[in-house]
Design a protein around this ligand. Structure first.
Ligand SMILES: Nc1ncnc2c1ncn2[C@@H]1O[C@H](COP(=O)(O)OP(=O)(O)OP(=O)(O)O)[C@@H](O)[C@H]1O
Ligand SMILES: [Mg+2]
Length: 229
């Protein structure tokens, strides 16, 4: 089975004037293509930091992250951006929609970056999939949290990623909306074999994944795919 993500002895240390803060300490795991993994742990345990490193949004202080057999540490910023654009979808904890663009335009950005000609049409289809075609011309500020989350999801789907990273995709959403979003994410895994890496506090959502990795204080304290002694 193909390994899509390999994290080896990864540490992240933030250096401030006063002190060095170790946010991730020697974290190692690897993920098989097509697998679904939940990452859980208390606030501040390093989940978002780890996701950012895995997705090539940020660089580790030590250790290696390989995505699709590419060592992210040896790539330039432009090469990492290209790799992300080709293989990675990302749903941020705070959605990160561009406030000056409409819902449709937000979904179009990754498609346009890839030089897709009918980006508008494809973006509209994706918005329809998340039930938001009627709100295509609205700006993020005019949308509710759940609607913004769904735009963010449509945008993450737009480049048909091999691997989707989702940071608290159901945080602050009502039960119905969050069920809808979880279904859309797991459908992507079933239909396209997309690997899912989902950070969540929601134990019900975590239980839907094949595997759970627990972080605490920047270290992995349990991994359901590995026997810990
Ligand atoms: N740029 C930064 N500079 C210094 N410290 C940072 C920086 N980014 C994050 N941290 C610290 O790293 C630790 C881990 O942060 P991270 O956002 O990864 O936690 P988390 O597990 O995602 O928490 P939450 O569940 O609250 O989202 C926190 O103590 C945070 O304050
Ligand atoms: Mg976080």
């Amino acid at each position: 089975m193909k390994t899509i993500l390999d994290v080896r002895n990864v540490s992240k240390i933030y250096q401030s004037a006063a002190q060095a803060l170790t946010v991730l300490d020697q974290v190692s795991f690897s993920v098989t293509a097509g697998d679904t993994v939940a990452i859980t742990g208390p606030s501040g345990s390093g989940k978002t930091t780890l996701l950012g490193l895995c997705a090539g949004l940020d660089q580790a202080s030590n250790g290696t992250v390989a995505l699709n057999d590419m060592d992210l540490g040896v790539l330039s910023e432009d090469q990492r951006a290209a790799l992300r654009n080709q293989h990675v979808g990302f749903i941020f904890q705070n959605f990160q929609l561009l406030s000056t663009l409409t819902a449709l335009e937000n979904v179009m950005v990754p498609l346009e970056l890839r030089g897709i000609r009918n980006a508008g049409e494809q973006a509209m289809e994706l918005l329809d999939k998340v039930g938001l075609s009627a709100r295509a011309s609205h700006y993020p500020i005019q949308l509710s949290g759940g609607e913004q989350q769904r735009v963010s999801l449509a945008r993450a789907f737009s480049n048909q990623p091999d691997i989707l990273f989702a940071d608290e995709p159901t945080g602050n959403l009502d039960t119905e909306t969050s069920e809808k979003i979880v279904r859309l994410i797991f459908d992507l895994n079933k239909a396209a074999g997309t690997t899912l890496i989902i950070v969540t506090h929601d134990l019900e959502l975590a239980a839907k994944a094949n595997r759970t990795i627990k972080l605490k204080g920047g270290v992995i304290i349990s991994d359901s795919a590995v026997n810990y002694v």
